[in-house]
Ligand binder design. Structure first.
Ligand code: ZN
Ligand code: ZN
Length: 468
């Protein structure tokens, strides 16, 4: 490549665009972020900018204003810049793969996102427009754990229809070309952060057909920006700048939004994997805000594990698996409070096995020992082991001590550690990690603390992004 001309070997010689084309090209490249204000089109940087815009439109990157490129300048599209700031205009990477999305990096620091509809278009039924806007948000709520609520109070996202210059430094352009634009989440865009504007000089309609533009299609795309997504050159992606784009986020769009909302996904996954239920909106919003205000993942995971809700689940499970019955309210409340207050699940197990009720089920030592094998190790006793515990009890070892011996045994701890690998990491343990967790459990580590370790592990945090 010659530094003089900036064109690749074998390329036809650049033809200087007509003054009219040069003006249109320059305006386009400036508006959409390809060309800085102080750089002329007739320069290496100018031609590189033109090539980058051709790449975004999936055209041959000729660097000249040819017929196909001229058409792109008139194509209906989003007004959001394809490039921000001073980043180098570049070529697309390996088309066809996922991960081609460009995520700008800012996201909402909470999970319940409010929007206010400032005004609607006079072009068709207002209630229908309101419904389409709600459904456009729902397309994103289907792929990330975010909740969108319409409000009349001060919102996160303001939605409005406007024409020409409308006070945000990015004027609309009359009918055609720019249809709408939107702003990234805070801190980008200041007071405008998240807002979505639609060009009222367009004819808005319900559906993709000639004569106007489909509000739903454009809204799904713009809300992608409101959530923090940039444009992608990938065709058939919601975040491609050229109308019409798919109203269901494509692989690339989903990968992008899941990546930038990975903390939201992790918090929502704790509801699923720790508590066994879908998140509630306010609860998720609360924990996401915590995560964005210097509360560590370890602290959040611990709060889930020692919550009254999880403690109640653990206690209920012990009633069913050790006493073969549902808990009575007073008993459940007692154990739930103990566990939430820091009692280890393993200590609660020992207390259940040492209770009068359990003794009533197995008055004889032989039956008691046999029951521990079956309930804790899930197997019949082996002759040697059984004899060992029988002799110990004959020699005066208490039921409490025997139960404790089982719960802290290598076999029990190894099986419990494996259950955490399967539950959180969806895989079999690797030797070193398995040995490490087993050792810590045998030394008396609270089960809830071990679970916290898995729920807060980088492996789990990364994996859940792909499981949402
Ligand atoms: Zn856009
Ligand atoms: Zn605007």
């Amino acid at each position: 490549m010659s530094a003089q001309s900036g064109k690749a070997a074998g390329e036809p010689p650049a033809v200087a665009p007509s003054p009219g084309d040069a003006k249109i090209a320059t305006d386009y490249l400036r508006i959409f972020g390809y060309l800085p204000e102080d750089v002329p089109l007739a320069s290496d940087a100018g031609r590189a900018a033109l090539r980058a815009s051709q790449a975004m439109a999936l055209l041959p990157t000729t660097g000249t204003v040819d017929e196909a490129t001229r058409k792109v300048f008139e194509q209906p599209r989003c007004g959001f810049p394809d490039r921000q700031g001073t980043e180098e205009p570049g070529q697309p990477k390996s088309p066809g793969g996922v991960g081609e999305f460009v995520a700008y990096g800012t996201v909402w620091d909470h999970a319940v996102i409010t929007y206010r509809i400032n005004n609607l278009s006079p072009d068709f039924d207002g209630n229908r427009q309101r419904t389409l806007i709600r459904q456009a948000w729902a397309r994103w709520a289907a792929v990330v754990p975010l909740v969108f609520e319409e409000t009349t109070a001060t919102p996160d996202v303001e939605i409005r229809f406007a024409t020409g210059t409308h006070g945000d430094g990015s004027p609309f352009d009359g009918p055609g070309n720019i249809l709408a634009h939107a702003f990234f989440p805070p801190p980008n865009g200041g007071a405008l952060a998240g807002d979505a504007h639609f060009d009222e000089d367009e004819r808005w309609q319900d559906g993709i057909r000639a004569g106007g533009f489909d509000l739903f299609t454009v809204a799904v795309h713009e809300f992608g920006h409101s959530l923090g997504l940039n444009h992608t050159f990938m065709p058939n992606s919601t975040m491609n700048p050229f109308y019409p784009t798919p109203s269901t986020p494509a692989t690339d769009d989903r990968a992008g939004v899941r990546d930038i909302y990975r903390r939201h996904i992790w918090a929502a996954s704790l509801y699923r994997d720790v508590l066994g239920r879908r998140f509630d909106n306010n609860g998720l919003d609360y924990w996401v805000r915590k995560l964005f205000s210097n509360t560590s993942t370890d602290q959040v995971a611990r709060a889930f594990l020692y919550s009254l809700e999880n403690s109640g689940r653990l206690a209920t499970d012990l009633y069913f698996t050790l006493l073969d019955r549902a808990p009575e309210p007073a008993g459940l409340n007692h154990w739930r409070t103990q566990l939430a207050g820091g009692l280890g699940r393993q200590a609660a197990i020992v207390a259940f096995l040492d209770s009068a009720e359990y003794r009533g089920k197995y008055p004889a030592n032989d039956a008691f020992i046999d029951s521990l094998y079956r309930r804790l190790l899930r197997r019949p006793p082996d002759a040697g082991g059984f004899q060992y515990w029988k002799s110990a009890m004959t020699g005066g070892t208490s039921r409490y001590e025997v139960a404790r011996g089982f719960v802290l045994s290598d076999e029990y701890c190894r099986a419990y550690a494996r259950s955490l690998y399967l539950r959180y990491l969806r895989r079999e343990p690797e030797r070193a990690g398995w040995d490490d967790w087993t050792g810590r459990l045998k030394a008396g580590l609270n089960h809830q603390d071990a679970e916290t370790g898995f729920a807060a592990s980088p492996e789990y945090q990364n994996a859940v992004v792909n499981w949402w």
